[in-house]
Every structure is written in C-alpha cells, then in structure tokens.
Write a protein of this length. Structure first.
Length: 234
C-alpha cells in the first residue's frame, strides 16, 4: 500500500507566486491545480471528528454506497475569493442542522455528478447552472454514517451572486472569505452533542458558524489546493 502512495505536488513554476497580488487568473490556476495530483483523503481526515478517528470508519465505500455531490461555489470580490455555505434545516437525518455546501443525492435524471451539483446549487442558492463554470472536482469523500460517496465539485461565478432559497430546504445562506478560512487560528476543537452522543470535533469557526464533519473535511482539501497555488493574498 505504502509503495503506491503518490506525492502531493503541483506543476506550478515558482514565479506564479506573483498571483498573490493579482487574482485575475485565479480560475485558470485552480483548473490546473484540480487536474493535477490532489491532497486526497489524508488532508480531508485532518478535520475528522473523534468518532471517525476512534472507530476507524471506512474510507472506501462498498458497492451499495449512494452517490451525491456538493457545489463549492467561488467568486472574486475586493481582492479576495469567497465561497457559499448554507445551514440545513434541523431534521431527523444525520446531517440535519449542519452548515454545508449546497448539494445532495444524485437523482435518476442527472446525467452525472457534476449535473447533480449544478442542480442542487440552483435549488438551494437560486444560481442558474448556466452562470457556473465548473473548474474541477476534489477527492470524493465517503460518509459512512449515511453510506454516501460525495463528490465535491468546484465552480466559479464571474461576479458576486444574488442568493435565494426555499425555507424548507435551507435555513440561511452566507458567504465566507477564503482568506479568512485560510487563517489557522479559526480551526478549533470542542465537545459537540450529535445524535445524543458527545463527540470531539475539529471545526472552522467562521464568525460563530461551526463548519465541521464532512464539509470541514472537503473544505480542508480545497484550502490545501489553494495554498499550493500561491494565488491568495497573505
């Protein structure tokens, strides 16, 4: 197993560091980064909660795992990159009430998982699929408790979107600065009550919003990719 492990590296010359001061080509840089070697599960699992780590939840799905996708929407404003999160309604399912990226299960009419992500983004944020340029995908993440294999799709919008949602699917939406998400001081740990169980969770504390679980794991991989490009202002 160890012998086949790939090295995480990007095909970027050192001079691309100048993009810290010029984000005009950020989408193109990210396309190249996402088509190269990704950080993968090891980076995702840096943000795993205690139940995943202690119980050694499987990382590889079985044949009966359901497929799903989320859309990580990105746009540029005032010298920074932003992404969009939502809070799900509090329901009986394992992800009820959590902060997440827009997304959901693949449906029969979806041509592929990118179509799933675009459809869900439209349903949960009001953004037309025609406005979203798909830059690539991150490493699929298997969520054992829901038997779901989730593909994170990264999309780009040319200008700050006007967001809208249906209250039965979304409690609220908010955008988040990637520059702030890259600040290691917002990564914290605490005990968290989940399904009548106390878990030790690692999370991103974004202005009081607790971003944890699968969303934090996918976000951590995205941030690792962005850091490697040198495309965000320090």
């Amino acid at each position: 197993m160890t012998a086949n492990k790939k090295t995480f590296a990007f095909p970027f010359p050192e001079e691309m560091i100048f993009f810290r001061d010029n984000l005009d080509r950020f989408p193109d840089i990210l396309v190249n980064a996402l088509s190269g070697e990704l950080p993968g599960m090891d980076v995702q699992w840096e943000m795993a909660s205690s139940d995943r780590r202690i119980r050694n939840y499987p990382r590889i799905p079985g044949a009966n795992a359901r497929k799903a996708a989320v859309m990580i929407l990105l746009y540029r404003e005032n010298g920074d990159i932003f992404t969009v999160f939502m809070q799900r309604p509090d329901y009986e399912g394992v992800h009820g009430g959590q902060i997440s990226f827009p997304g959901g299960k693949m449906e029969q009419d979806d041509a592929d998982l990118i179509s799933t992500a675009l459809r869900e983004a439209n349903e949960e944020t009001g953004i037309s699929a025609a406005r979203i340029k798909v830059l690539g995908t991150l490493t699929p993440l298997f969520i054992w408790v829901s038997n779901m294999l989730v593909t994170p799709v990264v999309g780009w919008i040319e200008e700050k979107p006007q967001l809208s949602y249906i209250s039965r699917e979304v409690v609220f939406l908010f955008d988040a600065s990637v520059k702030k998400l890259l600040d290691p001081s917002i990564i914290k740990e605490k005990l968290y009550e989940v399904r009548s169980e106390s878990l030790n969770i690692k999370y991103f504390d974004y202005n009081g919003h607790v971003i944890w679980g699968a969303t934090a794991m996918m976000l951590n991989e995205l941030l690792a990719v962005i850091k490697k490009t040198g495309a965000v202002i320090d």
